[in-house]
Structures are given as structure tokens and as C-alpha cells.
Design a protein around this ligand. Sequence first.
Ligand SMILES: NC(=O)c1ccc[n+]([C@@H]2O[C@H](COP(=O)([O-])OP(=O)(O)OC[C@H]3O[C@@H](n4cnc5c(N)ncnc54)[C@H](O)[C@@H]3O)[C@@H](O)[C@H]2O)c1
Length: 273
Amino acid sequence: MITGGASGIGLATAQRMAEAGASLVLGDVEEAALARAVETLRENGARVVGVAGDVAVEADVVALREAALATFGGAHLVFNNAGVGAGPAIGTPKAVWDWVMGVNVDGVINGINAFVPLFLEQNEGHVVSTASLAGLGGVPGMGPYCASKFAVVGIAESLFHELRLSGKRVGTSVLCPGFVRTRIHESERNMPEDLRAYNDDPTVRAIGSMAGDAVKAGIEPRVVAEAVTAAVLADRFWILTHEHAAVRTTEQRAAWMGGGDPPRINLEGATKP
Ligand SMILES: NC(=O)c1ccc[n+]([C@@H]2O[C@H](COP(=O)([O-])OP(=O)(O)OC[C@H]3O[C@@H](n4cnc5c(N)ncnc54)[C@H](O)[C@@H]3O)[C@@H](O)[C@H]2O)c1
């Protein structure tokens, strides 16, 4: 089961998993894009159903589990991938913070609650949750996004330790990519109607345009899908598609905590593997 399966990293992972023989349940809030993704995957021979819904709504994520059980008789791999970004730390309205946190954090929580008890019961399963390099170090212009992705890293680490203590054959991974060539910089397409005027703000537009340039310079979603597949097969926790940047960010923060200078943020460094 893959949330946000209609575009970008989710769609590329769906294609990769279908090639590996998996049956797929794709969730997405964008109904037309979801229908197109399902059709294309079916044309390529995949066994796939699409279920439209919002990951921030618990019942919608439960419906994804029920679709997997009803259609394929089981579920073994959940990819909490749907995500959105908007706004800096200064001046972003609370309703926009709530939207980003709802999709990026509640979406992951709902995925864990819907699938992990089933996985523990059957003593088999794996949960992948998507964070970001923005979950390993703060970045200007991305307050809500960083908050949500730090939360995802924290949830995933907790889940890892709890699963290990359970002694069950259930694994978990956290995906922390740098920039990937997807539609993430056009997240506002899925914003609730009453928040959309926010995107007319010149500062918001300027940040969006910088993020768009970095996304376009990023790696292909297919490369991320390969890394996700390899990590699931190897039962590896950290999925660092931009390993150099991830390690450097972490080392720079540690040096800063130890009294050193704050890191100099360079978005270009987060485009390269
Ligand atoms: N592209 C990057 O540079 C990058 C870097 C780091 C992390 N990520 C993360 O990767 C994940 C996938 O994003 P992407 O880059 O493929 O972007 P994308 O916009 O191409 O795909 C995201 C998908 O999530 C769906 N979605 C949005 N809100 C939803 C909701 N409420 N319920 C269900 N589905 C919803 C969208 O319709 C879309 O199909 C996100 O969590 C994102 O934060 C992306």
C-alpha cells in the first residue's frame, strides 16, 4: 500500500514494486491523477487498485487497509509517502501549518495505526515512512515542512525500537531524500480551497520558485524507488538517497551543538546523491 501513489516517488515506487511482483493498493487525494496512475500500471501488467482519500483522515487510511484485505487477501508492506510543503517559519498562518502537519505527520500516524497491528499479528510486514533531509536539519523557508519531517524521523525511530523489542518479524525504514524531480513544489494543488489565497503572497511565491529550481535539479524518482526496494529487502532503517548531504547535515549539527558555528545552508548540496 502506497499513499501519494499518483505522482513522483509514490508512483515510481509503485512501478518498481509491480515489477517485483507485488499487488498494489494506491491511495491519493488527487482522484484524476490516481485513476491515470492505476490505468498506466494496469497496462503494464500490474495488479493494482486505487482508493481516493486524504491521509490526514484516519478512516480514509483504514479504507486502504480494508481494500488490500478485500482485494488481495493480505497486506505486507506499507509506504507512508504522501506529503506536502508550504511556508517559512516566520509568518505562515496556523491553518497552513495545520494542513502540512495533518498530511505529513497524521498521514504517517494513520498508516502506522492502520497496518502495524495487522503486521504484528501475522508476524510479517514492513513500514516505510517518508521524511526528508529537511527532517535531519532545519532549512530556511520551510518551517512547517521541517517540523513535520523531524516528527516523521522521530516517529520512525520510536517505531524501530518498539518493533525490535517486540521480537516480531516486522521492520521499518525512514526515507530521507534530498531533492527529487517530482511535483512536490506544486503542493498547493492539493491545498484546501480556503487556504489557497496564501500562495499569492510574494514571499511564498519566491520561496516556491527557489524550491522548484532545486526540485528540478534533483534526482529521478526511479532512483528513490530502487533505494526503497533495496532497503525493504535488506531490512535497513535509514534510506539516504543523498547520503553525503545527510551525513554532512548531521555532522554539522553535532558540531554546532558542541559550540561550533551554525551550518551554512546550501540547497544545491541537497540535489546531489
Ligand atoms: N521531491 C522531493 O524533492 C522530496 C524530497 C524529500 C522528501 N520528499 C517527500 O516525498 C514524498 C512524496 O512526494 P513527491 O516528491 O513524490 O511529490 P508529488 O507532489 O509528486 O507526490 C505527492 C503525492 O501525494 C499526494 N497527496 C498530497 N496530499 C495528500 C493527502 N492529503 N492525502 C493523500 N495523498 C496526498 C499528491 O496528490 C501526490 O500524488 C512526500 O512526503 C515529500 O515530502 C520529497
